[in-house]
Design a binder for this molecule. Structure first.
Ligand SMILES: [Zn+2]
Length: 387
């Protein structure tokens, strides 16, 4: 770290954490003067108990509750347009993002667009400095995660794709930080083992990639290290036994991962994103399979960082190879396939080329400690398929 440099840090998210905190949501909104909140969630979750509990809590506080769930797994602009229309028609005065990454992204994008009727949603594209268009007040916005992985509940950006081209746009504004996050591990008790494992390994990847990324942030480094320790301490128990304390630790590790990756992510996320675009693969699963390869790739630049992870998390060994071995063993225990070849993918040359070029376009690897080129991406995908 260059101690003569100049840096900006931002850690102000208000988080209410713990089993049962969701019971406070209705009263909180009422005290803030809210009368008609809109719950934004995905169609799957709408049929499950967490949605029911949240709706009940709001009704118990005599709030007029509406809900919107007409969204895609990889949300597109027309989802957001429908949500904004619904928000206006229903005369809502607050937005609750309930669920995993997709719900949170759409909820945040509705909040961004609702009071900016003269703009196109993609005016807010972060790549074009879109936050300069955010001039009006953002509706009252809170988040309630129901998985422990993405950590998007503590973020200020949202990823929405173009309906036709599928190009992903990152929309960012500092005012998109939720007023409050209600992180209640009870809402994750019913998650099936695969979702627990895959989302948990996403949280692990966020913490590890943030810790070794090129960014400069000792605060993020500290958060990432403890986040990593919590995952190794609890993910197996959370997945195999749905242990309540382990579930709480994983929820915290997910919050920490997304807080830490303000510093940056790396090659693993750039490898994972195209696997979701091309094969519709679960984001956490893609990260879980690519993580050992990303660590091996970065070992020449980041060996001392990987050693620090082992030491801090009290894991056996003292090299990046040992960390790779530990992650492979963890994946195995959690039922994650060791190789892409076990996933019945169309591994044609055309798809392989497409994966590598999408990975190169992805922004995450710009923070990777070691430069990654097109041939490196090709080689990493091949290794992950042939290993
Ligand atoms: Zn991720």
């Amino acid at each position: 770290m260059d101690w003569n440099g100049k840096y900006s840090y931002n850690f102000p998210t208000l988080v209410r954490f713990g089993a049962g905190v969701i019971q406070e949501l209705g009263i909180y909104l009422k005290e803030c003067g809210i009368k008609a909140p809109l719950i934004v969630t995905d169609p799957g979750l709408k049929e499950l108990p967490p949605f029911e509990s949240v709706q009940q809590v709001l009704k118990d506080a005599n709030l007029s509750v509406s809900s919107f769930c007409d969204i895609h797994k990889n949300p597109v602009k027309s989802d957001v347009q429908k949500g904004v229309d619904y928000y206006r028609q229903s005369k809502c005065d607050a937005i609750i993002g309930l669920g995993g990454g997709a719900s949170m992204d759409v909820a945040r994008a509705i909040a961004l667009w609702a009071n900016h009727p003269d703009n196109d949603l993609f005016d807010f594209d972060d790549a074009k400095g879109g936050d300069r268009f955010v001039i009006n007040e953002i509706p009252f916005f809170v988040t309630v995660p129901t998985t422990s992985g993405t950590g998007s509940e503590v973020g200020r950006s949202t990823v929405i794709s173009d309906d036709e081209t599928h190009a992903k746009k990152i929309l960012f504004a500092s005012s998109l930080m939720p007023r409050k996050v209600f992180a209640d591990p009870e809402l994750t008790y019913g998650l099936p083992p695969f979702v627990t494992a895959a989302t948990g390994l996403d949280a692990l990847t966020h913490n590890i990639e943030a810790f070794v990324s090129k960014g400069v942030s000792p605060m993020c480094d500290g958060i990432a290290l403890e986040g990593i320790r919590l995952v190794f301490d609890s993910l197996t128990e959370a997945t195999l036994n749905s242990d309540k304390v382990a579930r709480a630790k994983m929820q915290m590790a997910a919050l920490m991962g997304a807080t830490a990756f303000q510093k940056g992510l790396g090659v693993v996320h750039s490898l994972a994103h195209p696997l979701s675009t091309v094969f519709d693969m679960h984001h956490g699963l893609a990260n879980a399979i690519m993580l050992p390869h990303g660590i091996a790739y970065n070992s020449s630049t980041s060996e001392s960082r990987y050693k620090r992870i082992l030491k801090y998390a009290e894991l056996p060994g003292d090299s990046s190879q040992d960390l790779v071995k530990i992650i492979r063993e963890l994946n195995k225990k959690l039922g994650i396939p060791s190789s892409l070849s076990k996933l019945d993918l169309d591994w044609s040359e055309q798809n392989r080329e497409r994966l590598a070029s999408l990975a190169l376009e992805d922004v995450c690897h710009q923070c990777n400690p070691k430069k990654v080129g097109l041939s490196d991406f090709k080689q990493l995908y091949t290794r992950a398929y042939e290993s």
